[in-house]
Design a protein around this ligand. Structure first.
Ligand SMILES: [Zn+2]
Length: 408
């Protein structure tokens, strides 16, 4: 039961479902497949697709391969359709991309930064404003991933850079109204939507950059915690170390996994979001440093598996290369840490197919989650000059969705 009580509500409901399905499948399924998936009548699907094309929300292309008979159409993003601006702010640089419905992503800007809140967010805010002006009504939202705990409302702490309660939305500029989130939580969301946690009921995602972040993903949702700062498995004392972490705690797991730990292992300077190129060099050349990282990673994973019983553990960022280069070391370190009852069927540990794109794609997903709603589509129509001159019948249908009885 969907609870839509008027034909207008039903139409809006089906528009959202269809756009959602196109987005989630990466614009890869044909109209007839989607019609079956969503249990729509063929005629209903035709009318829906035509209406969405008219509103510049969808555009159909012939399928590349199709069986004999009528060519099959594949609904995908409209060339003048909605765009999510997604940003991945790492400790040393930020990357800004425009993302279409379906998830196709075009990187627009990649800039190093000095690590200060003003030095990061001032130029980034200007870049966002510039792209919004250029792209106009097509930009339906901005999602920003940051490498630290993010409280609801966008207050951010990045211990490695000395950020305490930085008001990210304010420093980006009021016009941006961004959805701000933690990079690991966004990477986990992307993994759940279009990576190796898709369809997984309980998964554990770990994102390794300068240090390590981790979050439990349940039914496709990363657990955000009461204040939004939940994705912090990296700040648990899982490896028995006694170093003081910049976060203020002692012996954090993240001190032993990631670029900073690699640099420290070979005696190079580390911290403050510097040294990415040297760390990549260490990762590519120092078996010993890689093994030490992989051992610490495996040991911590065992502890989290004991606690949470995930089906799959996914690794993004440097975690992919660590598991490829030192998979055996990782597993040998993980195994003895598992409770006996976990050893018969230990969870799979897999590198993410999204590698470094997860945080950016998760930021995109959060924007489209807000857009792919009756309210989001209504705002799109209101912002479309062409749609304002719609036929009277269509306008009535639209208005009836606003005024009709509330769904039960
Ligand atoms: Zn810590």
């Amino acid at each position: 039961m969907i609870g839509a009580t008027t034909s207008g509500e039903l139409r809006t409901h089906n528009r959202v479902r269809l756009l959602r399905a196109v987005h989630d499948c990466g614009a890869a399924r044909t109209r007839s497949q989607l019609t079956r998936d969503l249990r729509l009548a063929r005629g209903t699907a035709s009318v829906l697709v035509a209406g969405l094309a008219e509103d510049e929300l969808l555009h159909e292309e012939p399928a590349r391969e199709h069986a004999r008979g009528r060519p099959t159409q594949v609904p995908g993003p409209h060339p003048r359709g909605p765009l999510a601006l997604a940003v991945d702010v790492r400790e040393d640089a930020w990357e800004l991309a425009a993302c279409e419905l379906g998830g196709r992503t075009t990187v627009l800007d990649l800039q190093p930064h000095d690590g200060t809140p003003e030095g990061v967010l001032g130029p980034l805010g200007e870049a966002i404003a510039g792209h919004r002006r250029r792209l106009g009504h097509r930009v339906v939202g901005v999602g920003v991933a940051l490498a630290g705990p993010v409280r609801h409302g966008g207050l951010v702490d990045i211990a490695h850079l000395g950020w305490r309660s930085v008001d990210v939305p304010r420093l980006l500029g009021v016009e941006a109204e961004p959805i701000v989130g933690n990079d690991t939580a966004f990477a986990a969301l992307a993994e759940a939507r279009r990576g190796r946690l898709r369809g997984v009921r309980v998964g554990l995602h770990l994102h390794v950059d300068f240090d390590l972040g981790g979050v439990l993903v349940v039914e496709g949702r990363p657990l955000g915690g009461a204040s939004g700062t939940g994705a912090e498995f990296g700040h648990m004392p899982l490896t028995g170390g006694d170093r003081l972490c910049p976060c203020g705690a002692i012996g954090c797991w993240g001190m032993d996994v990631g670029a900073n730990a690699l640099l420290r292992h070979v005696g190079l300077a580390y911290g403050g979001g510097r040294g990415r190129a040297q760390a990549e060099q260490v990762l590519a050349t120092s078996e010993e440093a890689v093994a030490a990282n992989a051992r610490a990673l495996g040991r911590g994973i065992a502890a989290l598996v004991n606690a949470h019983d995930p089906e799959v553990v996914t690794l993004s960022g440097h975690g992919v290369e660590l598991s490829e280069r030192a998979g055996k070391v990782l597993m040998d370190s993980c195994g003895p840490g598992l409770m006996a009852i976990r050893r018969d069927q230990p969870p799979r540990i897999e590198g993410s197919a999204l590698v470094w794109r997860g945080a950016l794609l998760g930021a995109m997903e959060s924007v489209f989650d807000a857009f792919l709603t009756p309210e989001g589509l209504e705002t799109w129509r209101e912002n479309h000059p062409d749609q304002a001159r719609d036929t009277p019948e269509r306008r009535n249908v639209t208005h009836s969705t606003l005024k009709g009885a509330r769904p039960l």
